[in-house]
Design a protein around this ligand. Structure first.
Ligand code: NAP
Length: 284
């Protein structure tokens, strides 16, 4: 029977271990702290913020919510960011993206302190990920995919992995993380030819393209493990993945559902990265 790789047990297990780590730091009079910087009132950002606060509250990570006007100037945005970069009591910073169009994301990414960049925004962290530096912060979503595969003891070494999508937030980092686990990785994108055939050779299929139920049964190798990163809202307001659930059910050995899969692990990964930042900043 096809197995569902649900996110909740993964998030619960991570939370348990984060709680212990938080206690360790609190005993040393250090309170692990995350700053969230949000420009404007975008519904998606606010929903993600609520989920982060709920998770962080449950594990004991302090959250500072910094909300700035949507029309803030780049200089004023930098002033806010610099204040948190320079605050020794703040261990992690997450900037909600995409930023309003007038703020130049390609410049802002260089302003966040790499040591506090718990969502892998700064190119220094992308470079560290590429070189295999253990102090790297990868973005939380690809890390959530890896935590799920680890939790359910999916063998990666020597397996063929196909990553569908090559964004800096999901596709590229997840490809590097799979490579670090000795998978043989192919990255596919909108120009890939014979995509269904390429995909159907993969033992591990990670779908991150943002196209509702794009991956059909002919894309999936019988017995493959499928991680569906997609979050798409259909006309009825229902959440759909990038993979057709019936196709995964039909062909895969196991797959992450949408909702209830990758998305439900992201906030726990974020809290874990805050603890990693705290440990690195306090040399432990
Ligand atoms: P993105 O920046 O839009 O990138 C999409 C990627 O998919 C691009 O590399 C694009 O190729 C490729 N692509 C698009 N259409 C394709 C097609 N028809 N065939 C093959 N490749 C195609 O998206 P993203 O930010 O990586 O997000 C991907 C999905 O993950 C979205 O559904 C998003 O909502 C979701 N997401 C989920 C979480 C979570 O917590 N679960 C977090 C972040 C994102 P090109 O490079 O050639 O254009």
């Amino acid at each position: 029977m096809t197995k569902l790789l649900k996110g909740k047990p993964v998030a619960d297990a991570l939370s348990e271990s984060i709680r212990n780590d938080v206690q360790h730091w609190q005993e040393k009079k250090i309170q692990p702290t995350l700053t969230l910087i949000r420009a404007g009132e975008k519904a998606d950002d606010m929903a993600y913020e609520r989920a982060i606060i709920k998770r962080c509250d449950s594990v004991g990570v302090k959250v500072i919510s910094e909300v700035v006007p949507e029309n803030i100037s780049q200089d004023d945005f930098y002033k806010v960011l610099d204040r948190h970069n320079g605050d020794a009591g703040v261990h992690g910073i997450l900037v909600f993206r995409p930023l309003p169009k007038h703020l130049k994301e390609e410049e802002v990414q260089y302003r966040i302190a790499p040591a506090k960049d718990v969502d892998g925004f700064h190119p220094v962290n992308a470079g560290k990920l590429l070189t295999g530096d253990p102090t790297a912060f990868a973005p939380c979503t690809p890390m959530a995919v890896m935590e799920i595969l680890k939790h359910y003891e999916v063998t990666l070494s020597g397996k063929r992995a196909l990553v569908l999508g090559r964004s800096m937030v999901v596709g590229k980092p997840v490809a590097l993380l799979l490579l670090a686990e000795n998978a043989t990785v192919t990255v596919a994108h909108s120009r890939t030819q014979d995509l269904d055939q390429v995909a159907s050779e993969a033992d591990i299929l990670v779908a991150a393209i943002g196209k509702s139920e794009f991956v059909k049964t002919n894309y999936i190798k019988p017995g493959a493990i499928v991680a569906d990163v997609g979050i798409n809202v259909d006309e009825d307001g229902r959440l759909k993945g990038d993979v057709e659930a019936a196709a995964a059910e039909d062909k895969a050995e196991a797959y992450t559902p949408v909702p209830g899969g990758v998305g439900s692990v992201t906030t726990a990964v974020l809290a874990k990265q805050v603890l990693k930042a705290c440990a690195l900043q306090n040399k432990q």
